[in-house]
Design a protein around this ligand. Sequence first.
Ligand SMILES: C[S@@+](CC[C@H](N)C(=O)[O-])C[C@H]1O[C@@H](n2cnc3c(N)ncnc32)[C@H](O)[C@@H]1O
Length: 273
Amino acid sequence: MSTSITGYVHGHSENEHQRLNDQADTLAGLLHGDTTFPAGSRVLEVGCGVGAQTLTLATRSPDARFTSIDIDAGSVHEARRRADAAGLRNVEFRQADLFALPFAPASFDHAFVCFVLEHLSRPVDALAALRTLLRPGGTMTVIEGDHGPTVFHPDSAAAREAIACQVALQRRAGGDACIGRALYPLLCAAGYGAVQVHPRVVYADASRPALVEGFTRRTFTAMIAGVREPAVAAGLIDAARFDEGLAALDRTTQPDGSFLYVFFKGTASAPVS
Ligand SMILES: C[S@@+](CC[C@H](N)C(=O)[O-])C[C@H]1O[C@@H](n2cnc3c(N)ncnc32)[C@H](O)[C@@H]1O
């Protein structure tokens, strides 16, 4: 099996690399606070991108051995550079397609997937393929977002239309920007046991300036801004309306504004028999 990332909605630009790093830095505690891997365990990180999550994971579990893969060679190169700069010695990076990984069955004790399934047209097949690489009883951790429950104040129809453009473009590329809510059935359908999914809510208002800057502005709004040109080119919205939506998202970062987003974190086990 193989897949393609043609049309990958976020792209691989410098801005997107920075956005992924800002997102990871801002959300490290919320998303990874309860994730550590035991000393000596073999961890497969799938779709590592520029290593934004890798640095957090490998730092928090210094005695686990990470193999981090991504289909995009440029991202892998940047991830390796950043891990070297951080002095990490417990991560090996490889460029590979998750549907055709060069590892024997049961090679890993744990697998970790963050913000990758949302871009795949066959997420169940992806999870099932990764399950075969886990030893019996090995664990899978998956983190995905979901644009559906996003609410903000002041509310804005233009902002919701701009967000809907991103959802539509991702769907056209074969992905699902609202996949978080489906993690439980996806993991079950892929043959995992002991499936548990928990929502992780990001809420930002003026009392949490780091989240306003790191999440509302530099993660979420930056992501929506990144689809401005393709959304307009596809005729989903006109440029002025999209810009009105962006301005409305920025408006939520004012002292009387607020912003809420929901991530979903799932854990599951490869069957023992
Ligand atoms: C939104 S980025 C997330 C990167 C990283 N996990 C993070 O949270 O910062 C999604 C990544 O999945 C990678 N990807 C997409 N399809 C893939 C595939 N079939 N095999 C391996 N990586 C893939 C992309 O190249 C991209 O780097």
